[in-house]
Design a protein around this ligand. Structure first.
Ligand SMILES: [Zn+2]
Length: 295
């Protein structure tokens, strides 16, 4: 049996239930709930401190985290041109980083899994997805940090849809097999694309699932090459995963499913994507969304 603690958010007044392990975390940030933790967008921190260094913790270690963090990096640097800004990577010792870089401010993303100093005066905690969602609301979206690149080994059909069928069983720390795309769904969508006159192109590093009738690029392409394929596709289709954010960044229309809430929706204009919640993510609904998008 799990126990739960409760507190009232000092910013929005909502009652928040949390697991006991997280209570101390909320106490440290004066009982501000996760949803209210948005300092980069709100700009409540001391701004553009000339001649100082600001460091940012690593994001989570997934593709999606890294893609969507771009907008924060860009906007922070734009708003604080007179600071030296350093984004730490996963391997860096976060506990020693403020001393090492003589940092004045240290922004710590709540996704960060690295050890952080227990006490550092310039520490500012924030929840990257809150900020990224708020930027998206005002039309500022993440961009790729690399150039899409045409593959030299593969051609590409004229009219095509890019599919990514996630298989997260391989993920070392977060297996979540319930997030896998069943073979029947994958094959059903590939067949459907063919029936609409669009060649299905499959990308990703998940080659475990036999799928027939598709242009199969799994395990053959680099990320810039995948981005190029998606950029030139009529549509990107896949379950909620990091690749969705690549598709959004290259501004290709999206049909994606398996979401719980809107936090991880593609960061692009609302009219450019269809996102199905978990309980509406069956094959028929996905097909309908594809058909509606393609027109
Ligand atoms: Zn709140």
């Amino acid at each position: 049996m799990l126990n739960f603690d409760q507190f009232t958010c000092t910013k929005c007044g909502q009652n928040v239930v949390c697991i006991p392990r997280d209570y101390a975390k909320f106490e440290r940030r004066s009982f501000v709930c996760d949803l209210c933790l948005s300092v980069i967008f709100d700009k409540t921190y001391p701004r553009n401190l000339k001649g100082t260094t600001t460091i940012f913790s690593a994001a989570g270690n997934s593709l999606g985290d890294n893609i969507i963090m771009e907008v924060l990096e860009r906007m922070y640097k734009q708003d604080n041109p007179d600071e030296t800004v350093i984004f730490l990577n996963d391997e860096e010792n976060h506990a020693e980083a403020p001393t090492k870089y003589q940092a004045t401010k240290f922004f710590i993303n709540e996704f960060c899994r690295n050890d952080i100093p227990i006490c550092f005066q310039g520490m500012i905690r924030y929840f990257a997805t809150n900020d990224i969602c708020k930027y998206a609301e005002v039309g500022i979206y993440p961009k790729l940090r690399f150039e899409p690149q045409k593959s030299v080994i593969l051609g590409q059909p004229e009219k095509y849809i890019v599919f990514h069928f996630r298989n997260i069983e391989k993920h070392p720390t977060r297996p979540k097999p319930d997030r896998n795309v069943p073979r029947e769904t994958a094959q059903g969508l590939v067949d459907f694309a063919n029936s609409l006159g669009y060649a299905p192109v499959i990308v990703g590093n998940d080659d475990w699932m036999p799928i027939v009738g598709a242009f199969d690029c799994r395990n053959k392409l680099s990320l810039p090459e995948i981005a190029w394929l998606i950029q030139n596709a009529r549509l990107y289709v896949g379950r909620d995963s990091g690749m969705v954010h690549v598709a959004a960044a290259v501004e290709t229309e999206i049909v994606a499913w398996g979401f719980s809430g809107e936090r991880w929706y593609p960061k692009m204009p609302k009219g450019d994507f269809t996102a199905l919640q978990k309980d509406e993510s069956d094959l028929e609904n996905i097909k309908q969304a594809i058909k509606w998008r393609i027109g």
